[in-house]
Design a protein around this ligand. Sequence first.
Ligand SMILES: Nc1nc2c(ncn2[C@@H]2O[C@H](COP(=O)(O)OP(=O)(O)OP(=O)(O)O)[C@@H](O)[C@H]2O)c(=O)[nH]1
Ligand SMILES: [Mg+2]
Length: 372
Amino acid sequence: MKRFGWKRNRQQPNAAATGENEDAASPAAPVADHSADAAPPTEAPSAITDVDAAIAQEPAEREKKGWFSRLKSGLSRSTGALSDGVSGIFTKARLDRERLDELEDVLIQADLGVDVAMEITDALASERFDKEISPQEVREFLADHIAEILTPVAAPLIIERGRDAPFVILVVGVNGTGKTTTIGKLGNWLQGEGYKVMLGAGDTFRAAAIEQLQVWGERLNVPVIAREPGADAAGLAYDALEKACEAQADVLLIDTAGRLQNKAGLMDELRKIKRVLGKLDAEAPHAVLLVLDATTGQNAISQVEVFQEVAGITGLVMTKLDGTARGGILVAVARRFGLPIHAIGIGEGIEDLRPFDARQFAQALTGATAEE
Ligand SMILES: Nc1nc2c(ncn2[C@@H]2O[C@H](COP(=O)(O)OP(=O)(O)OP(=O)(O)O)[C@@H](O)[C@H]2O)c(=O)[nH]1
Ligand SMILES: [Mg+2]
């Protein structure tokens, strides 16, 4: 059975919440076995008519299916465009130049970007040019190719074990992408893995932003280091790390204000936050997560470009894949930047964050669904 790496381990007592987690080396590292995910999906059990068989099915497998349907429905706009586009072009037709050009347009409209669109149509041409091909075969070809692009970047977020200082995760991105919510979800997952978590309210711009993180802190029952609204964000980050060191926290998650990538002053502030953290721990922040909103489309490319340059992104999280997502952009981002994609968010709930599964995503996006 495929293990879904981020499943919260309910067997273990929540050591962080009970204050029993003295040993930073003990938590299991969140290593998800993505090599297994890269393999073709095992055949989906065809309609389960037998209730006992349904109950006997692994809980994780059942939960994963629920997750998959939510991902599919979130991506339905992109999938519909891709799938209908493919059906419109290929009605048991021979693959010719005209159809390849039309397919290229459909892929570009689905946000996969010109490079990926050309790459895919070239690959399809070299295999099947002048041969008859059905829409379903095209969808499967797309799914395979997209999974190939995504597999190398699907990487779980790994918290180093055995550290004697907190592992600092700085969460950045443009306004409203889901940074604060992602911190809440991530904090919950890390706690479930037994890490002692602390939060830093580095979005000092708005009182509401500080309160929002404090609410997450209460839900998780973890300390939130905050200052008054308007305080210096870098100073807050410094405070938070100092306090996390004192408290012997395993992980410090630092929230930051949403900032448009073209606002130089705000981007300088991010540099300063990084610099200041480095004064306490030369390697901090150990991870810089860029949170991307799946409904944004092409602008994600420039977001990655600028935040990468300013803050040295170490990995990506894409949120809002449950809404009117434009998931194709993740393929363009993967091809262009090769940055690890750690997780995707499919909802506002505390459990609605999962590791990124390349094949599952490719299947959901293209409508070449083997899993139901
Ligand atoms: N549907 C859905 N909504 C989400 C998801 N993640 C976050 N949201 C919602 O998106 C809105 C913005 O989320 P925040 O976490 O406040 O975003 P932020 O990036 O911290 O925003 P700023 O601090 O203002 O830049 C909130 O209403 C969240 O509940 C998701 O995966 N799916
Ligand atoms: Mg926020």
